[in-house]
Write a new protein. Structure first.
Length: 301
């Protein structure tokens, strides 16, 4: 026993006193946080369940957005502008001028002789002069840039006409815009609901500890010593809620992977990691923020 005491004292000499003080303060703050969670009792289950449900909705919609955007981009990649060259037009010159346009990624030339031969294979045509023009298939980086590129191509001399699936492009663009707007709206709603839930919870904790907090203030305890356990309590609810929401998100991830396999479109890289990170950041940040707002509202500290 004496030897153990000597070793303990020897170890203490090598540990800075200031460091030990900070460790003890941190320990007390963590114990106060745990104590606050215990005082909340069975309500902890309801709070965490509500947080998990909200975050699940957000995570599911956010992850689905990545998949839909990748599918829409793939559909958009298949949309090309068909540029028909006039009989007296210089196909090579027109192709070079189009390639210099912003947003143009690739150009494929379909000579009129090849197009005529392909048509004759599909349709029984009489022996007649080839009426088809040279055609340039122009690929644009994004669907939203197709109209602007078309306007520029029309200005090039030697271009007889052009065509692209404008209806499909417009629908793709509208769908993407609507879904992205809905996602942003859901993020806003999730933030508001998180703050409201945590605010109400911390208010109950403050009411339950009102006398204890008043005594600590009279004893000269630092305001932040009172605030931090409550903030950590809110952040804990958000963190645990985010953990639980990973279970349904994992199920959704499997279903979306099957969708990618069906359409033969590779899943977005790091999509799941980004969604999970966003869920935890939103959960912890807004939960802690809701706690701080409640403290400022219901405590003059």
């Amino acid at each position: 026993m004496r030897k153990r005491t000597m070793i303990k004292n020897t170890v203490k000499k090598h540990i800075p006193q200031k460091y030990m003080t900070e460790v003890r303060i941190l320990y007390r703050l963590l114990m106060e946080t745990v104590s606050g969670i215990r005082r909340t009792g069975i309500m902890n289950i309801a709070i965490i369940a509500a947080m998990a449900a909200i975050l699940t909705i957000f995570g599911a919609l956010f992850r689905t957005t990545f998949t839909l955007n990748s599918l829409v981009d793939k559909m958009g990649d298949s949309l090309e502008i068909s540029v028909y060259v006039a009989q007296n037009g210089d196909t090579d010159l027109i192709s070079k001028r189009i390639s210099k346009l912003e947003s143009v990624e690739d150009i494929t030339l379909i000579p009129k002789e090849q197009a005529w031969q392909d048509m004759k294979k599909d349709i029984d045509l009489a022996d007649m002069k080839n009426p088809l023009p040279d055609t340039l298939h122009v690929k644009v980086d994004t669907t939203s840039n197709i109209p602007a590129v078309c306007d520029e191509i029309k200005k090039i001399p030697g271009v007889q006409d052009l065509n692209y699936a404008s209806d499909i492009a417009d629908k793709i663009q509208t769908f993407t815009h609507v879904f992205n707007t809905v996602t942003v709206l859901v993020v806003f709603i999730v933030a508001i609901l998180t703050i409201v839930i945590i605010n109400s919870t911390i208010q109950l904790v403050i009411q339950a500890r009102k006398d204890e907090i008043e005594i600590m203030r009279l004893m000269g305890v630092s305001n932040w010593y009172i605030k931090i356990p409550l903030i950590l309590q809110g952040a804990t609810y958000g963190f645990v809620g985010a953990l639980l929401s990973l279970l349904p998100l994992n199920t959704l991830q499997g279903a979306l992977q099957k969708m990618h396999d069906f359409f033969m479109v590779p899943p977005p890289e790091f999509a799941l990691n980004l969604v999970v990170l966003s869920m935890f950041v939103i959960a912890v940040f807004f939960s802690a923020g809701g706690s701080l707002m409640s403290i400022k509202k219901h405590l003059q500290v």
